[in-house]
Design a protein around this ligand. Structure first.
Ligand code: ATP
Length: 284
């Protein structure tokens, strides 16, 4: 089933917990070298799917190929050497320093990155001598990311990687992920941040109630490219909104009619979050 152009292939994946179908027969393909984002509301089945792909959960049905092998019955050590994982939950190494934890885990890999380089890449240089218990939530998360990339993975799983990051750290993390992609790493990530998906993902899938609603690119998801522009302005103390396919014409006419500065004028297209929220049935 595996092919050289696919890092991950999933057909008809099924997983149920008692009284609950978490993954209801999904198909998914992640191409080699791409960043693929899995989006969806809480409980959609993202983590279950990703953990099955990582070999940490069993499945009830369907076929899976991850880097050419089935994670359910593979030689764990050799295969794990080729993948990197950043789990949602933080790992427990509270009494070791950042440097010690990273050096320790480097020993598990056949081809680890340089420990200093990894510490620099995740922005923990100043905290290298700090113990896990002395790190803030965001710093702890950076340490998780460091452990995920340490083994020079061909395929990296990132489950909500920037939860708890401040905006500056998030931007720095995005640069790091782009660098990994440039180096040839395939990345499958889950995130609740739509700006993150927009900034990083080549393609994305929206998952809800254990099913994939759509697979697309950030630019095209949910018919985004065809969405009307929103022109808003104020007139006589009242806010106005017009949805139009021809915003330039509309603003020209408005300008002629008002005959001067248009108050609070703004022209925008729906962003990825607007489209996503519409797709999953929330009010924008
Ligand atoms: P989030 O965005 O909140 O992380 P998710 O999309 O990752 O959500 P999952 O963690 O995969 O969702 O959970 C999917 C569904 O399966 C949820 O309804 C959850 O309650 C249920 N579930 C997950 N793990 C178990 C388990 N071990 N036992 C029973 N039910 C579970």
């Amino acid at each position: 089933m595996s092919s050289t152009s696919s890092a991950i292939e999933v057909h008809g994946l099924l997983k149920s917990y008692p009284n609950h179908v978490a993954v209801a027969g999904i198909d998914l393909e992640v191409k080699s070298g791409e960043i693929f984002a899995l989006l969806g509301p809480n409980g959609a089945g993202k983590t279950t799917t990703v953990e099955i792909l990582e070999g940490y959960r069993s499945r009830d049905g369907g076929s899976i190929s991850v880097l050419g092998v089935d994670p359910a019955n593979t030689d764990v050590r050799a295969w794990r050497n080729r993948i990197g994982i950043v789990l949602q939950s933080t790992k427990d190494a509270a009494d070791l320093t950042v440097e010690e934890v990273i050096s320790h885990f480097a020993g598990y890999y056949s081809n680890p990155k340089d420990v200093d380089q990894v510490i620099t890449a995740v922005g923990l240089i100043e905290k290298r001598k700090a113990k896990g218990e002395q790190l803030s939530g965001g710093q702890r998360r950076r340490l998780d990311v460091a452990l995920g990339i340490l083994g020079n993975p061909e395929l990296l799983f990132l489950d909500e990687p920037t939860t708890g990051f401040d905006p500056e750290a998030r931007r720095a993390f995005w640069d790091l992920i782009r660098q990994l992609k440039n180096d040839g790493t395939t990345i499958l990530m889950t995130t609740h941040y739509l700006d993150e998906a927009e900034a990083l993902a080549d393609r994305l899938a929206v998952m809800i109630n254990g099913k994939i609603l759509e697979v697309s690119t950030p630019a095209l998801l949910g018919g985004r490219a065809r969405a009307k522009a929103r022109v808003s302005w104020s007139e006589n103390g009242k806010s106005n909104l017009e949805l139009t396919d021809a915003p330039t014409d509309f603003v020209n006419q408005l300008s002629s009619r008002i005959g001067g500065e248009i108050q609070d004028l703004s022209v925008s297209r729906p962003n990825l979050e607007d489209i996503y929220l519409e797709m999953i049935g929330e009010k924008v």
